[in-house]
Design a protein around this ligand. Structure first.
Ligand SMILES: N[C@@H](CCC(=O)N[C@@H](CS)C(=O)NCC(=O)O)C(=O)O
Length: 206
């Protein structure tokens, strides 16, 4: 398998399936396309992805060109990437889907940049709303399924989906305690940044 990803310091969408593939133990090669190089970037991505976006997974003749679809494809090959318990699995899937389709303001205002010097920035009310929702969502799932991950005892695709959020909180000096967290969500964000897989991605992004 070949996973095509964007520049590691910026490509939050690429980070998710990369973490999941690493966890799966499935062997894969990696191709990095440099983002933000205008026409050169578009042309390079088009060689690998019909949507013109990365990540893209190539498995023989097959191309899978969306981060969530790639994670699902890997999960079909390798059990254990979603929680075993059906209720936890349904909620982990809801959380990943909510990230996949939402939090636009946070994503726009606080882009992932793993090489940026951490700094506190002023954020809009729309981003505050996203952050309140993230704090509530993480608290609820950690409480209900017992942590330390969103679906309970095992790291899952839902945790991969929120790892870029944890980097944004760090880069932009966001404390979830300012957004309704009594502690568990902030601790969870720190945990996401301590996994060996994320640390390996981060080291390669420097
Ligand atoms: N929904 C897509 C979004 C992918 C996406 O927006 N990728 C960005 C990079 S993180 C991209 O390829 N941008 C094209 C460009 O920068 O030219 C997914 O989940 O895979």
């Amino acid at each position: 398998m070949e996973l095509v990803v964007g520049t590691k310091k910026w490509s939050s969408w690429s980070l998710r399936p990369w973490l999941v593939l690493k966890r799966s133990g499935i062997a894969f090669t990696e191709t990095v396309v440099e983002l933000r190089r205008d026409v050169a970037t578009s042309e390079a991505i088009r060689l690998h992805s019909p949507s013109g976006l990365v990540p893209s997974l190539k498995d023989g003749e097959l191309t899978v060109w969306d981060s969530l679809a790639i994670c699902e494809y890997i999960a079909e090959r390798q059990p254990g990437l979603w929680p075993k318990d059906p209720a936890a699995r349904a909620q982990a899937r809801s959380a990943a889907a909510e990230m996949h389709s939402g939090f636009h303001s946070l994503r726009g205002e606080c882009p992932m940049d793993l090489t940026a010097t951490p700094r506190v920035v002023e954020l809009s009310e729309a981003t505050h709303k996203d952050l309140r929702r993230i704090a509530a969502l993480w608290n609820e799932l950690l409480r209900r399924h017992g942590g330390p991950w969103l679906g309970g005892g095992e790291w899952s695709i839902a945790d991969a989906f929120f790892t870029p959020v944890a980097t944004r909180l760090r880069t932009y000096g966001v404390l979830l305690s300012d957004f309704g967290d009594s502690g568990p969500a902030g601790a969870y964000a720190e945990r996401l940044l301590e996994t060996p897989e994320f640390k390996a991605w981060e080291a390669a992004a420097q």
